[in-house]
Design a protein around this ligand. Structure first.
Ligand code: OGA
Ligand code: MN
Length: 286
């Protein structure tokens, strides 16, 4: 039996009472999908997953995205992107951080990721509590809370999302490796609606983020900068945010259409963090 506990925020729920290492029957799986769409971020605590089991559960939802940063994938598992500050034999085992600014995963491709499933293997600790929380903001709630005039203003607008700009902007935790020309060429800039419709729930979601959105199409630079600044400040309002405090064994699944997220970098070696992520293919925003 699934046992569901909502967070106090407008998004986020914990789903206990299920072991994801084994077969999940069709009916339970349908319930999970429904809970996921309802709560936008769900956490399955106390999981003991091999990489194969993590991949197998993720595949139930659809096809897994193979990350273009193959240097950050778990050796032998192109489906698994490693987020970690651990260095082994002089080589980082993954991406040290995966976004210290608000973003959604793969928002910079034509068909952005539907969802991501991040599994906690090692969580940094201090004084008996976890460090390295992840913040999630509800983009359905943020859209709903906009003044009507702003909603009307956003109708039909598109914005440019750029991988390389976001990548180089993310320097808070130190200099980054150069992208290869090939890595750049497989991620050209894309245009997406500023407010998109959720493909499953039909709800409107704000879809611009401070990480990757560079400008609004068809606006002067000044006007675009001003509108984006207003929207970026709006989406990060504390009343839209759920803060996840990690425990080893958490599998957290988030919706990249109805939420944005941001990593909190408040730890450093020897405090180790080791997370592994699968990411699901999505559909073109409309
Ligand atoms: C990610 C990501 C945040 C974190 O894996 O996509 O943004 O806290 N992670 O690790
Ligand atoms: Mn991310």
């Amino acid at each position: 039996m699934l046992s569901v506990r909502r967070s106090r925020a407008p998004l986020g729920a914990e789903i206990a009472g299920i072991d994801l290492s084994g077969e999940v029957d069709a009916r339970t799986f349908r319930d999970i999908v429904e809970l996921f769409h309802q709560h936008e971020v769900v956490c399955f605590p106390d999981q003991k997953l091999t990489p194969e089991q993590h991949v197998a559960f993720s595949t139930r939802f659809g096809e897994i995205w193979m990350h273009h940063r193959t240097d950050c994938c778990r050796p032998g598992y192109p489906e698994i992107f490693v987020v970690s500050n651990i260095v082994e034999n002089g080589r980082p085992i993954g991406s040290r951080d995966a976004g210290v600014f608000w973003h959604s995963d793969f928002c910079y491709v034509k068909e952005p990721a539907r969802a991501s499933l991040l599994y906690a293997r090692e969580v940094p600790q201090k004084d008996g509590g976890p460090l390295g929380d992840t913040l999630f903001a509800s983009m359905t709630t943020a859209y709903e809370a906009l003044p009507d005039a702003t909603k009307r203003r956003l109708e039909g607008l598109k914005a440019v999302n750029s991988y390389s700009r976001g990548y180089y902007r993310d320097r808070k935790s130190g200099p980054r490796r150069e992208l290869t020309e090939e890595q750049k060429s497989i991620t050209p800039d894309v245009e997406h609606p500023v407010a998109r419709t959720h493909p499953y729930t039909g709800k409107k979601c704000l879809f611009v983020n401070e990480g990757y959105t560079t400008r609004i199409v068809g606006m002067s630079e000044t006007e675009s900068e001003a509108l984006l600044a207003e929207l970026f400040a709006h989406v990060a309002r504390p009343e839209f945010v759920y803060r996840h405090r990690w425990r080893v064994g958490d599998l957290v699944m988030w919706d990249n259409c109805s939420t944005q997220h941001r990593a909190v970098m408040d730890y450093a070696l020897p405090q180790r963090r080791h997370m592994e992520r699968t990411t699901l293919h999505g559909t073109a925003p409309f």
